[in-house]
Design a protein around this ligand. Structure first.
Ligand code: ADP
Ligand code: ADP
Length: 228
């Protein structure tokens, strides 16, 4: 589902953020990306949804070669990849319903299908009753659940999450993880950068550790592996 070959990324300021990465992630896998701050985790996952372009190397997502992808096709790619951020990135002036519906309105789904699908994903994250609320009327955990709902409304094959529990308390973080597990069990491939040792060591998944832009470790059912 995700394949990187000899991927390098040097930012214009000269920082070599990713320094020769080769990786294969199969459909349906759940992968944690761990490592120290500044190791290159965000850069690594941003390249998967074309937020950043590699300086060299090839990245193929679900058969699409991102290096050859025209700028005009990037929105199409994004539709097939759900992205969840640490800081939610909901649109503050839109209701919960509208935030989630947005991605479907862009592709001109029928209003009937939009409503059905939005309610389906709000139900999955247990927030149907908050559909009319604005994001700032919700707790952090609720906002993250809405951002997860938004990310899967298009039924993407791949979900990318960059420290999705980074701003949440432990109980809320576990609730969020339950939702990710449920989504993964339905077949979606998940790649999640995280600093949450407890979660990585409890909900065992493949662990890819990045240090200095390189893969330092790649283990099935791995540990977090860093001291506090
Ligand atoms: P991590 O997610 O592991 O903290 P990042 O991928 O954010 O690591 O950063 C890796 C390195 O690249 C760091 O040295 C960081 O300062 C640098 N970096 C990240 N984004 C940019 C950018 N847009 N421009 C220049 N340097 C950047
Ligand atoms: P159900 O079919 O589960 O009863 P409802 O149709 O009652 O769902 O809608 C649940 C919530 O979603 C309500 O708060 C409703 O106002 C909101 N909602 C439904 N459709 C829209 C829409 N098109 N735009 C904005 N909010 C909507």
């Amino acid at each position: 589902m995700i394949e990187m070959q000899d991927v390098y990324k040097k930012y214009p300021n000269g920082v070599q953020a990713v320094d020769g990465i080769n990786i294969r992630i199969k459909a349906g896998e759940f992968v944690y990306v761990v490592g120290p701050s500044g190791a290159g985790k965000s850069t690594f996952i941003k390249m998967m949804y074309r937020e950043e372009k590699p300086t060299s190397g090839s990245i193929v997502i679900d058969g699409v070669n991102l290096s050859k992808l025209k700028e005009s096709k990037v929105p199409l790619l994004r539709r097939n990849i759900g992205v969840v951020f640490q800081d939610f990135k909901l649109l503050p002036q839109l209701t919960v319903y509208e935030n989630v519906a947005f991605a479907l309105e862009v592709i001109e789904e029928s209003p009937k299908n939009i409503k059905k699908r939005v309610m389906e994903v709000l139900d999955l994250v247990k927030l149907k009753h908050k559909a009319r609320h604005l994001p700032n009327e919700l707790s952090g955990g609720e906002q993250q659940r809405i951002s997860i709902a938004r990310s899967i409304v298009n039924k993407p094959k791949v979900m990318i999450a960059d420290e999705p529990t980074g701003n949440l308390d432990p109980d809320t973080s576990w609730e969020i993880m339950n939702i990710f597990e449920e989504i993964n069990e339905k077949g979606t491939t998940i790649v999640m950068a995280t600093h949450n040792r407890e979660i990585v060591n409890t909900i065992k998944k493949r662990v890819i550790a990045i240090e200095n832009g390189k893969i330092a470790r790649d283990q099935a059912e791995g540990d977090y592996g860093y001291e506090a």
